[in-house]
Ligand binder design. Sequence first.
Ligand code: GLU
Ligand code: ZN
Length: 332
Amino acid sequence: MHPPQTVGRLAPSPTGAQHLGNARTFLVAWLATRSVGGRLILRVEDIDTPRIKPWATQQAIDDLRWLGLDWDEGPDCGGVHAPYLQTLRGSQYHTALQRLVASGVVYPCTCSRAEIQRAASAPHSGMDGSVYPGTCATWRAGDRLPVKGTYCWRFRVADRCQHYQDLILGPQHLQPCTQLGDFPLTRKTGDVAYHLAVVVDDAAMGVNQVIRGADLVPSTFRHLQLSEALGFAPPQYAHVPLVLGPDGRRLAKRHGDTRLSQLRADGIQPESIIGWAAESLGLMPTAEAIKPAELLNVFSLGQIGRQAVVTSAEDWGITPKPVEKSQDPKCF
Ligand code: GLU
Ligand code: ZN
């Protein structure tokens, strides 16, 4: 039997412009799929309503094409898993939510942000924000529901150490109850939140390889638990170490303008960006201008460095320097 074809995805969030760090992650996702003859899907994660910018979806598509990346299915070219905008896929998310409600792994939570902070005298901070103190967790399937509009559905995390093998970062583990906490799958409005949408979409679209930024490692533990609760075979995960500014913080506006649309307007060549990304990933010894397709022969996920890299708008084009920063989550 042949191993299943690799199916990867590019999943931009149109909450703003895509920048250098996104370009680097998208390049890895593209190479990891294309280098093994896989299929690539472009999916737009546009359900984070208040933060979505109407212009950002088309701009992300333009940025990706400009960089020299392509895909087999997406909002601009269609495909068998259409639609490719999360805002058009709500019914699938609600069907999955109903299954989770029926199996009792979620509970309605009426807590406000302020109440969650107050409930724990010293709010317990986990790997990814504060850990939910469990106020509403006594609810059991069949109990009365609070008034519509006053609660979100919250997922009950497993009470055991959880492991997965990251294709870039190596073995990862965490204790969900103390390091993650129960997390919401909807807003109080009933709208589905990112974690559920992403897991449902990856399963529905046959995605078996997820490559994204290292800031999402904590989310991966959530996604693995959700996949299990929904009976989905989970994809393999690889997290690309982040690009940081010279101050060691995640590359952002304060470090200068690294929006791809701006670099394009400034006359920077996409091959220079790909060259910088390839060098900083450890795929090439020097940052020479190169096209994505020219990297297909030299690419393997195992070559990618596990450390974050530093760059800034000013020294852009200069070799990014590795920094000492452990990406490894610890189990207590
Ligand atoms: N849409 C997310 C982002 O742009 C990525 C989510 C994912 O890859 O699962 O950061
Ligand atoms: Zn609550």
